[in-house]
Design a protein around this ligand. Structure first.
Ligand code: NAP
Ligand code: 8YV
Length: 316
């Protein structure tokens, strides 16, 4: 067994990032297959100083407990809800994410989803491809985006970028976070229900995890109402998905644009069948430019951590 601190890749990563980890840091990849993984851990767990992972995989409680000398978890992404932050705090393990560099890409996709959901862009595309326009059918009228009222649930980095983009469309913006944000021109709603009741569209962009589990519950969806739309680019866990499906299917909600789901990559069959819903495979940050910027920031965090024991972008 070598004494050199090991960088461990946990789960699939952007191929260019995985290459850099291997060539620059001699990183090894934790096997995904359980028997192979257990054998690898039995021989190597004590060597691991840094784990590199994504939201999709994370370093959960069991894996973290199995790595006695782990000092840092570096996450490719801004959300860290799949990593055991409580254990990390207790053991003094640093967690770093890649905030900021993905804000624009995620905000762009959120606005695109919102426009698609209200104006039926994907639906109209299906209509044309199916030959229905050529056959003389008329596509139904849709909901105007400009001038609508948009509630932002979570006015952080991404929420603010979405709000500012939509303000440019002449939308009226309101928001809810746990605390009101100083110096923003948008009115604050005291609760998610109050925000939903005042909105035509509710855009969800709070972090996932226990504190926000089903923050968008049936009451919030009821307050949004049958003319209301939901856009979720945060985490599936933030929305009561069963209630959402029920209300969409019964027409008690007008539509939804969803990049994230409760049990990814599984999407409820009821949603697949609904024409009022636009579905994305968790791709809000997935542009060439942003994924490269995320990889660059992660690698900078790794170099800094190995040199100084600190990171540039720790989670609070
Ligand atoms: P951020 O700057 O930390 O913003 C999070 C916002 O949520 C803050 O305004 C925060 O304000 C609010 N918030 C936190 N807990 C809350 C609660 N319990 N109730 C109400 N508001 C709450 O984070 P960000 O960079 O904007 O990213 C936000 C989230 O987007 C990430 O955590 C991630 O889950 C998701 N995301 C998804 C994708 C994707 O591919 N779909 C990509 C990137 C990020 P207060 O603390 O004042 O409440
Ligand atoms: C993922 C995300 O990181 O940043 C986040 O929180 O959800 C995404 O950007 C990306 O899908 C890679 O896991």
């Amino acid at each position: 067994m070598s004494d050199i601190p090991l960088v461990l890749q946990v789960g699939a990563l952007l191929p260019t990032l995985a290459d850099s980890l291997r060539t620059e840091f001699h990183a090894e990849r934790l096997p995904d297959e359980p028997v192979e993984r257990a054998a690898w851990l039995a021989g190597n767990a004590g060597r691991v100083a840094v784990a590199v992972t994504t939201y999709n995989t994370g370093v959960g409680p069991d894996l973290m407990a199995a790595l006695p000398n782990l000092r840092a978890v570096l996450i490719f992404g801004v959300g860290y809800d799949s990593t055991d932050t409580a254990q990390a705090r207790e053991r003094g393990i640093t967690i770093a994410t890649t905030p900021g560099v993905l804000t624009d890409a995620v905000a762009d996709l959120a606005v695109g989803l919102l426009i698609d959901t209200l104006r039926g862009v994907s639906r109209a595309d299906r209509f044309v491809r199916a030959g229905r326009w050529a056959a003389g059918e008329t596509f139904p009228l849709t909901r105007e985006v400009s001038g609508s009222t948009v509630g932002i649930l979570g006015l952080g980095r991404i929420g603010r970028a979405i709000a500012d983009r939509l303000a440019g469309f002449g939308c009226a913006i309101a928001y809810h976070s746990r605390t009101a944000v100083d110096g923003v021109p948008y009115p604050y709603a005291a609760t998610p229900v109050e925000l939903a009741a005042a909105s035509d569209v509710l855009v969800v962009v709070v972090p996932g995890g226990p504190a926000t589990e089903k923050l968008v519950d049936d009451d919030v969806l009821a307050a949004l109402g049958p003319e209301g739309y939901l856009v979720n680019v945060a985490r599936g866990s933030v929305v009561d998905q069963e209630a959402l499906v029920r209300r969409l299917a019964s027409g008690e909600l007008a539509g939804a644009g969803l990049d994230v789901f409760a049990d990814e990559p599984h999407v409820p069959a009821e949603l697949l069948a609904l024409d009022t819903v636009v579905l994305q495979p968790h791709v809000a940050s997935a542009t060439e430019q942003t994924r490269q910027a995320m990889a660059d920031l992660l690698l900078e965090n790794l170099r800094t951590f190995l040199a100084t024991g600190t990171v540039l972008t720790p989670v609070p």
